[in-house]
Design a protein around this ligand. Structure first.
Ligand code: PGA
Length: 246
């Protein structure tokens, strides 16, 4: 899989008809073959999107439960995601952490369960506005705890997304230098837990108000390997243009 990844997190948007139209337009407008493209719709849209998604795009889910099965009303497990054709799953998105109270420990269980089911977890980390002064410590805790018990060989199947909470859906993107520095911190943490080679090969995506008009500078940064896009991924023209620049 190409190391450069552009993933569209559609969040709680679209119905199946709109989703199918969006996939069709993306298929017609996206030409790049050097980028891994991941489309991440709501659970209910997964079967419809899976039935039309071209094989050059991958399908992902926005969340999952860490248990294999059981009495967890309203939850979805990793093998159910596999079953509908997902190969990626977002884990620990800031909206899950801050709106739904997911802890680092829960996020870690999800990472391990995703890997066990052969899904690629996109582990999201990032500081809140209040944590800006302690960003390195926040990233260290989130990355180290999130990856606890993940082996070096499993790291080949892990993607990390740096998404400063204050930048998500706000229009306030981190500057390219700020983002690159945080990605560098994450790479150092991965290097100290595993080794330099693992740190160099892991894909680290930036997320938080990425748009067609600010992505170029972000993608030029040494430590930025792609993007996790929310709002702009619902607009076919914006998303295609971001992929073209990646
Ligand atoms: P945004 O969301 O692009 O709308 O800021 C990014 C994300 O939450 O993954």
């Amino acid at each position: 899989m190409p190391k450069t990844i552009v993933a569209g997190n559609w969040k709680m948007n679209l119905t199946s008809r709109d989703a199918l139209t969006l996939v069709k337009i993306l298929d017609n407008t996206i030409e790049s073959k050097k980028v891994t493209i991941v489309l991440i719709p709501s659970f209910t849209l997964l079967p419809a999107v899976a039935s039309v998604i071209p094989s050059r795009f991958s399908l992902g889910a926005q969340n999952m439960h860490f248990s294999a099965k059981g009495a967890f009303t309203g939850e979805v497990n990793a093998s159910q995601l596999q079953d509908v054709g997902c190969s990626y799953v977002i884990v620990g998105h800031s909206e899950r952490r801050h709106v739904f109270g997911e802890s680092d420990g829960m996020v870690n269980k999800k990472v391990l369960a995703a890997l066990a089911a052969d899904l690629i977890p996109i582990l999201c980390v990032g500081e809140t506005a209040e944590e800006k002064d302690t960003v390195d410590a926040v990233l260290k805790r989130q990355v180290e705890t999130g990856l606890a018990s993940v082996t070096k060989s499993q790291m080949k199947k892990v993607v990390i997304a740096y998404e400063p909470v204050w930048a998500i859906g706000t229009g306030n993107t981190a500057t390219p230098a700020e983002a690159d520095s945080a990605h560098g911190v994450i790479r150092k943490i991965v290097s100290s837990v595993y080794d330099v080679k693992t740190a160099e090969s892991v894909s680290i995506l930036y997320g938080g108000s990425v748009k067609a008009d600010n992505c170029k500078e972000l993608f030029k940064q040494k430590n930025i390997d792609g993007a996790l896009i929310g709002g702009a991924s619902l607009d076919a023209e914006e998303f295609s243009s971001i992929v073209a620049d990646a």
